[in-house]
Design a protein around this ligand. Sequence first.
Ligand SMILES: C[S@@+](CC[C@H](N)C(=O)[O-])C[C@H]1O[C@@H](n2cnc3c(N)ncnc32)[C@H](O)[C@@H]1O
Length: 388
Amino acid sequence: MLKLSQQIIIRVEKLTQGSGGIGYYNSHTIFVLYTIPGDLVKIEITELKKKYARARLIQIIEPSKQRVPAPCSAFGKCGGCQWQMLNYQDQLEYKQGFLDGQVQFITKKITHLKKRPELLPIVPSPNEYRYRRRLRLKVKEQKIGYFSQASHSMIPIDDCLLGAKELIPALKSHLLLNQQVGLKTYEVDQDPKSFKIMVRDLDQEKPGFSQVNEGLNQLLIKSVAHWITQLNFQHPIKMIELFSGQGNLTFDLIAHLPSGSQITGVELNKDAYNSARERQVLLGIPESQLTLVHADANAFLKKGNNLDATLILVDPPRAGLSANIIQAILKNKHLKHCLYISCDLSTWTRDALMLLGSSDWELCKVQAFDMFPQTDHFEILSLFSRQI
Ligand SMILES: C[S@@+](CC[C@H](N)C(=O)[O-])C[C@H]1O[C@@H](n2cnc3c(N)ncnc32)[C@H](O)[C@@H]1O
């Protein structure tokens, strides 16, 4: 019988997204963060359920052949990266495998699919480190850090190897001029074009949304544009974009629709909406070509807006799409295609199953984009189409 706090030795056999490595002990599946397949590890049981347990890594007795030295001294403590001990090619293969597994799961559940979806190879990030242009950091008594994995104790850091080199020095300079007391959360954000750095005190200001990995973001935008071109629209169309943010995708996509097409972008965050509006005015794009709406996507669709759109693009936060949005997509018979960008494999799978529950929708194409190297997260681009 396995007991809480018991120390055991197991061989790690599989890797999960979110729960680290998996090994087995008697009838228990055991999840251990910071371990990878092949590791022989000494662990301590920290959570015990009937079928599974979680454990803390105590010692690596025999390292996996895939292990590489993690370059950051805070790795395993700060809670930011899960995978610095895996070389980058292996990280990509695991991510591709996770997506492949979910696509197989979907195709097994949804029996009416006519074709197996095309699963394209994962797109690597141009940079494995220093790819983030935005960091959210804790500051206490002028020290900078992150909260440790699953706790609120602060791990001080001198640098974060995921962030652009200039970010932490910029926060340090800000703190020299602005002494603060107690614990605070700051966001340090570098503009991808001007390279200007903004320091925001998140106790005073709301965080904004922008894609953190600009190099990969550009590859993602190109692919979305290419996938739209491949749809081969012969006439002007109406497109609706839910969760359009500052127009990161919107402005590049306009040129890839037949001339005379019309896009409606819907965004809830007022600052993001305002910033997209400013850009529209700056670029001189008329309302007849692009209508930006400051609204909740659910409420917007409920009102029956844009029921004559042919293409819908959705890029929701982690929580994915609400049942209302999915129902609106299914009910709207004009809609022929749905491009779905997701940063969460489990909510994407849930939503894909709901969309495909209606027998006239197919999952045509899906591809992973490695927006977040050294972590177990990634972005998914997918195309769903209505069968004619
Ligand atoms: C993953 S981001 C995508 C933003 C944009 N597409 C981009 O590439 O930068 C999700 C966006 O959805 C917005 N959002 C969240 N909930 C919303 C809602 N209920 N209705 C409309 N927009 C929402 C957020 O403010 C954020 O800008």
